[in-house]
Write a protein that binds this ligand. Structure first.
Ligand code: ADP
Length: 352
């Protein structure tokens, strides 16, 4: 009897030890699983069949709390539905700033309960938006010169007077150049929008300004506009020299374009606290107050006819705005119709 009880006890102990071993293995595995879940960039929430949260990984916890009420409400709503056996999901747009797009999905689990995932798809959504806009803009903006070229070419085919032939050919050439400039600017803009700042290094402001002025020299000479450099020499900013040169060149190009023949344009750099300001000042036609907010939009022109006559693409200031944003900076404008404009790019100063 005693022996039997002893045997029973021993067997029980063995079972217990085996269970304990199994338990400790599964504890380790659980721990590892938990660490893996926490390492995921996607938020994961697991609830039981009463909707009680069982597991919430680190990424999901980041969506809790202040300012994230909308996210958590959406997750709970989809989980409630998934617990009843129906998959549910949505793309949640938070207008920010920063603008954020979250894909929230919840699926029922076979043994009861439900699983929700929260994925930040902002970058994908942004690239999609840029691409869609790009295609829409390109087709709209290229239709005009291409349509004009077709009409002009038909007229050319029927013209026999040399003067008319010459005039039509010159117009075809102008339209072709306009289309080419639009393509160049669109490519530059989409490269800047998609790429963000490729480099982050000390950029010498004097070199950027000198190169920008050089790039616009032909147009300035043609109009006898003098471009004077002023301000503090030797300043440096954080950024990408190529993008910055493109931005300043666009501002100088506009200042020349929208000034009278023989006028003066000033490009001045100066430091203010930890910011470097690059100002492009003209005394040209200026911008009406009602248009000031909108000039940075793609293809926005105050005066279509004038912009067309000066060969504008309507993209220059969008490029400037994107470059400034890529550099954690901004661009501002002060302008008065008939008196002139000052465009200023504000950039973070390079500090060693
Ligand atoms: P565009 O190629 O037409 O010059 P931008 O994007 O560079 O396109 O500028 C948008 C519009 O803003 C221009 O069409 C013009 O009406 C106005 N604008 C820009 N810069 C100036 C300036 N320095 N003076 C007056 N108007 C300007």
């Amino acid at each position: 009897m005693r022996v039997a009880r002893h045997d029973q006890l021993a067997s029980l102990q063995r079972d217990l030890a085996a269970s304990a071993a199994r338990l400790s293995v599964s504890q380790t595995e659980l721990h590892r699983l938990r660490r893996a879940l926490d390492a995921l960039p996607v938020g994961v929430v697991l609830v039981d069949d009463h909707g009680q949260v069982q597991v919430r990984n680190t990424a999901a916890s980041a969506y809790e709390g202040h300012g994230r009420v909308l996210v958590w409400e959406a997750v709970e709503r989809h989980l409630r539905r998934a617990v009843t056996g129906r998959s549910s999901g949505q793309l949640l747009e938070l207008f920010g700033p920063p603008r954020t797009s979250l894909q929230i999905d919840a699926v029922p689990l076979r043994d009861g309960g439900a699983l929700a995932t929260i994925e930040d798809v902002s970058e994908r959504a942004r690239v999609d938006r840029v691409r869609t806009d790009f295609v829409a803009n390109i087709s709209h903006e290229l239709k005009t010169p291409v349509g004009a070229m077709a009409v002009l070419a038909e007229a050319l085919a029927e013209a026999d007077e040399p003067e008319i032939v010459e005039r039509l050919a010159a117009r075809i050439s102008a339209e072709a150049h306009r289309a080419a400039r639009t393509i160049d600017d669109l490519l530059e803009l989409s490269r800047i929008e998609l790429g963000g700042p490729a480099l982050r290094e000390a950029v010498d402001v004097d070199t950027v300004v000198a190169e920008a002025v050089e790039r616009t020299a032909t147009a300035a000479e043609h109009r006898e506009v003098s471009v004077r450099r002023a301000g503090t020499p030797g300043l440096s900013v954080w950024g990408d020299a190529r993008q910055l040169t493109s931005a300043v060149a666009n501002l100088v190009d506009n200042a020349v374009k929208y000034s009278e023949d023989g006028a003066e344009v000033v490009v001045a750099a100066r430091a203010e606290d930890r910011t470097v300001l690059v100002e492009v000042i003209d005394h040209g036609i200026g911008i009406p107050a009602t248009d000031l907010d909108r000039v940075f939009e793609r293809f926005y022109r105050v005066d279509q006819a004038r912009s067309r006559a000066t060969g504008g693409t309507g993209l220059g200031l969008s490029i400037v705005r994107h470059v400034a944003a890529n550099h954690a900076g901004r661009v501002t404008v002060v302008s008065r119709e008939g008196e002139g404009s000052t465009f200023t790019i504000h950039l973070p100063a390079f500090d060693e």
